[in-house]
Design a protein around this ligand. Sequence first.
Ligand code: ADP
Ligand code: MG
Ligand code: MG
Ligand code: MG
Ligand code: MG
Ligand code: MG
Length: 651
Amino acid sequence: EQQLSQSEMLTFDEALPWLRYVRMHGVKQFITMFRELKDLTSDELLWGDEIEYHLVHFDVDKRTVKVALRAAEVLAELRQKEHQLGRRDGFGEACSWHPEYGAWMVEGTPRVPYGGYTADLRRVEMNMRLRRKRLAAVLKSTEHALTIPAFPLLGVGEFTEPNAKPDNQVTQSSTAPDALITPIPRFHALTRNIRLRRGSKVDIRVPLFADVNTDAAALAEGIKMDAMAYGMGCCCLQVTFQARDIDESRHLYDHLAVLAPVMLALTAATPILHGKLADTDVRWATVAASVDDRTPHERGVAPSDADPAHTPERLAQLAGGGVAALPKSRYESISVYLANCGGCSKSYNDINPPVDQEAMDMLMGAGIDPELAQHVAHLFVRDPLVIMKDRIELDDTETDHFENLQSTNWQTVRWKPPPKAKSCGPIVGWRVEFRSMEVQLSDFENAAFTTFVVLVSRVILAFGLNLYIPLSKVDENMRRAHHRDAFTQEKFWFRKHMAPPQQPVADPDECEEMTILEIMVGKETYFPGLIPLIFAYLEAIQCDPETWQQMQTYMDFIRRRASGQLATAAKWMRRKVATHPSYQHDSVVPSDVAYDIVQACTAIAEGRAREPMVLGKQWIPPLRTDDAYYVPLKHATIQRGQREALLESYA
Ligand code: ADP
Ligand code: MG
Ligand code: MG
Ligand code: MG
Ligand code: MG
Ligand code: MG
């Protein structure tokens, strides 16, 4: 990050003549990297989660909550303390802290990835708790870390602490000042260049929830948001795995893509956006629209006459001449299976996404198989958004230009090739990142979903399962995942036979619509369900009893969520709004309602309040900011008065 902020970036106009150069060399760099690393294998299963946090500021007298624009300071302090404390107060765990798009957000990961043993599954929640504790330790007494995807009052009234200057040169937003963007030049450049490429500020529209008093005009307009911060200011939960080799990484990529919409619906936690109740439950479409840099031609809408941003000369310099139809934004569900095994019939790749033909020809010419070529050529229908002045004319053994496009194609699953080897440090292999899940209120839930995804990935490999369905059906599932209460009210396309059926069937390839509960626990005799398969797998590998027990708690929680016995955070928050005395049943979430909800969210996360609707009887241990595990056993002196009281209470 430091390096990025020190070297200068081209302005959008300066970048125009270089866009094609960067894209073509990005493809060449991919080809060079692929040739060098395609046979790289990794013995170790490594994996890790990422959690993003909002920093919020409460004023308990005024009953207001705002985003605390202190991430830069907090991050510096976290990193410094992390360096000092290391593993000392964390049961052998340590954390790593990263900047995020919002100036009120941070991202935390385990310091080193978890490993490939059953006991590593138990580290997740411990590490997440340590992160929350270390974060709490550097926050002011008025500040808390909040883990829901969207801060409910973003862009409403005075919603930042300190109050932000109204500057909006970068976003041109009428509600989201530039001070919301983390002061790293790259984030500002991303924001500005998305707007400039598009030719107008972003235009996010989410359907408004219709309540009894909702204004008809408001309903027709929906929730309108006009800045990248509304989307990239959302927090999520991600899980990255290292695969054994490139083939396994491609196989996992495809299978996790099928699961992405299901897990999005099951983790739904975004019912409120920009101070209003949405008619959808998840963040995804909002983020997609928040980084939509497509020109009107590309989006398939009429371009405005004499648009100075899109003169023929300027358009000609963009990818696809700036006019090729692009049905999706840069932040979207995947459009190509990497399909490299017998189980994947080519017919599943039924979306026919746009590709950059020049890139496609280069990749195919280099002997890369059609599916992988299509994947990469699809990434390269986009333009580079940020180009560093001193990193343009590079050797094709570098990876900057490939990474430039790779890191700004934000899909439900990311296929991560190994980074360029450093002279020191471990060799990192072929990885896959699962990116669809909404961050959860508590670390218990975040750990449950993280370990679920890890175990499902193991089950897929160990049992040789086939989850393939046509990608058009995965996209349909993605649309359904947005619906209110999709976790119980929707059905999702899923494959009937994950393994070859025992008895001959008319169509072994068939898929059908299932509830998430059926996907999780099974359907009739032909579909065993993912959770029973997880336990079959744990038995097959002779899992240690402590981990087994912990996994049972997690899987039981997930089963109860899928059954509707437990609510998603989205459902719970809707209930909180609907039953609040200040709510006028007009789909507008008043400031004090948002305050009470965010207070409740942090109280649940920090173990100060129980919420049976979301967690049942699960107890969240109170968060301590002192050295809970390293209270010295020796040197304790118990004062006289205290001694009597203690002895009495334990008598
Ligand atoms: P990004 O922000 O690009 O998604 P991060 O650097 O934040 O990536 O890391 C994502 C996750 O991957 C972290 O939880 C980290 O612990 C984990 N991780 C790091 N190295 C590996 C590896 N070799 N294999 C799998 N996961 C890894
Ligand atoms: Mg990260
Ligand atoms: Mg990142
Ligand atoms: Mg992040
Ligand atoms: Mg993010
Ligand atoms: Mg990530």
